[in-house]
Every structure is written in C-alpha cells, then in structure tokens.
Design a binder for this molecule. Sequence first.
Ligand code: PMP
Length: 420
Amino acid sequence: NPETAKLLERRDRVLGPSYRLFYREPVAIEGGKGVWLKGLDGRDYLDAYNNVPVIGHSHPAVTEAVTKQLSTLNTHTRYLTETVVEYSERLLATFPDELDRVTYTCTGSEAIDLAIRTARYATGNRGLIISEHAYHGTTVAAAGVSPSLGPNNPLGEDVVTIPSIDTARTSADQVAAKLEADVRAAIAKLEASGAGVAAILLDSILSSDGVQVEPAGFLAPLVDLVHDAGGLYIADEVQPGFGRTGNWWGFERHGLVPDLAVLGKPMGNGIPIAALVGTAAAQQKFGEEIRYFNTFGGNPVSIAAAGAVLDVIEQEGLRQNAAKVGGMLLEGLERIGTTDDRVLHVRGARLFLAMEFADAQGQPDAALAARVVNGMRDEGVLISASGPAAAALKIRPPLVFDKTNAEQLLDTLERVLRGQ
Ligand code: PMP
C-alpha cells in the first residue's frame, strides 16, 4: 500500500533506531473500535493480539469518564482526591484480602522497578529469581530482569535465571520436578554469593517464555521454597491480569496469594496507568524509609479511565466472556492441531492462548510461525509469535472478542496453515 509505505519512510527518518514494528508488511492504522482496527489501506483488521484495549478499542465508557474528569480536575497525586481513594477500594476488592495496599505508577516498568525496591527493603536481600526468557520492562532495573531483550543485565549477579519451561515437550510432573530443582539451585546460588533472595518475579502465565499455562498450580511449590529462603513472590500481572484468564488475576490459577503484584497494560484501556499492589507487611519498610512520588502515577484522569475499565468488565460480563470464547478458541485450535502434524502443542488459559509448531525433527519451527503470523496479517487477522524460539503463535485478544470473531480467527488460521 503506497500510503503505508510513505508513512513508513517518514517514520524511519525521525523515530529512534530501537523501535520495532510488527509484521513483514507493517500495518498502518488510523482508528480502532471494539476488536477492530482500521487500516490506512482501507481494510479492517481483527485485533487478536492486543491486551491494552482490554474492553475494546475506543470504548465510549472510557472516553466519557476521561472527558468528564479532564474537564473537572487533573493534577498530580499529592492532593487528596476522592476519585483515587474510591478506585483503590474497588481495585483492592478484586484481590485476596491480604493484598490491601496499592501504589500507582504510569507504566508497568516503573511498577516492576518499585516492586524490586520494595522486596529488597522488606527482606534485606538483593537477589532476584526470574525466568530465562522473561520480559518485565524498560527501566534499568526492569531491563535487568528482562533477559529476552538480549545480553544486557544491569543488575549483574543479583539476578539468577531459571530455564524456560517447555510444556510442549515435557509432562506436567517433569515440568514441576525440573522447576523445583532449578529454583533450589537459584536460591543456593544467591545465598552463596551473599545476595540472598529478595524475590522470585514471574509472570502468572509465563508469557514471553511461550505462553506456558499448564499445569495450573505449578508456581505454588516454587513460591514456598522462596518464602522459606526469606524472599517474596512478585506476580507480574501485566499480561494475564484484569480478567483475561476468566479470573481477575492470573495468580489465582496457581492457588497463590503473592506478596506483591504488578499491574499495567490493560488497566486504563490505553490511558497510561500501572500499579503495585501488595500486602501491607511487604510494603511497610520501603514506605517508612523512602518517599515515593510519581507525578502522574494515579492522576485523576488515568484513574477515571481505570474505573471505567472495571465497570465495563463487570457490566459486560467480560470475565465470563473470556471463559466462554477462550474455551471455544482452545477447542478450535486443538481441532486444527489434531489434523496438522506441524502443530506440536496447543495450550491456553481462556483468552491467552498458544499454538506451537515443530518441524519433522521435532525442533521448534519459528519460520512456520512467522509465515503464519504474516499470512494471517495479510488475511486481516492480527496475532503474534512468542517463546524462546518464537515458534508459538500468541493469541491474546481484547476481552470483548466474541464467537463470530473466534470463528473468523480459526477459519483464517486453518486456511493460512493449509497454504504453508
Ligand atoms: N511486564 C510484562 C509482562 C510486560 O509485558 C510489560 C510490557 N510489555 C511490562 C512488564 C512493562 O510494561 P510497560 O511497557 O508499561 O513499562
């Protein structure tokens, strides 16, 4: 498309060199509504990847709430406003009772940063245990716990990784046994170095490790080991949170209550807001010793957007919809998988799903995943690929994805796969 090409050329002349776009032929968009994105090429694209517009693109409830708040008051967060207190009460009501304090930031990365600092104060230790292919953000500390970015670790030896789990090739029992041994080794390493264990920090669904969802509950024994070593459990809920798994929070699938939980992306449906939620005990020491002031974190306009998101998730029954449509998608993906030898594994937790490909030798087939992602894009359905070898399709649509959308996604996938 000539319009897209022109825009791409202008963009490459002005934007920083570390930006990346999706797809072999990037999609230029000029609007969004519900699950649809409007392309500059005049086409409509089904958004089956984006977990920011969790209640759908341009939801009128967010527009209304933000407009109303903006015309009344917006300011930084050292004033007392009822808007913030009321939202915090509502947000915390979605968590287990133990998690009873929230601190707002603007981005997930800042909340990760704050979680790390908080855990270090609470425990007196420095060490962090993370997954080998994790992504947790962009600040110095968040990049330090994001090995998927490449060989860049500003936190040095205070960070120990455990190998990504491979639920496509190993049984649930093997996964559990291996994880336990890996976490024991990580704890031993941090204790030997003198760093001690401040926290284990994991996505509640290991996202950049290839959307590893099963066996549900596999995190619980690891968290026990970390607690015994004096560390905290930080749940990164930036991807699974806000109803995607049918529960409010991904950690619920593991039967766990974290000490700290990091929220982001979907929280404001596109208006920047993120948060650290945790037990008062975990946050006490940091709060006593450090003043934390985030100018725009939890400003009234962002809070208004976040409030509208909670309203809509409840009013439109979106957790129930995630369960229903997620179930349909999983079934459909499994059906495709049984008829195509190249599909090694299908997995999903409601509206967070993956289909992993392997070649004839059983090796991860990232080339096929890339061809499918680009082929789907050409057919007007947007998904992505994930995992250490990027051989797994990542399907993570807005929670308003309905039955017809699911059918379109499955039909398109089947057709595109057949053509590869
Ligand atoms: N944690 C996870 C799991 C994420 O996916 C991201 C963003 N992709 C972050 C943290 C960081 O959030 P942000 O980009 O808002 O800083």
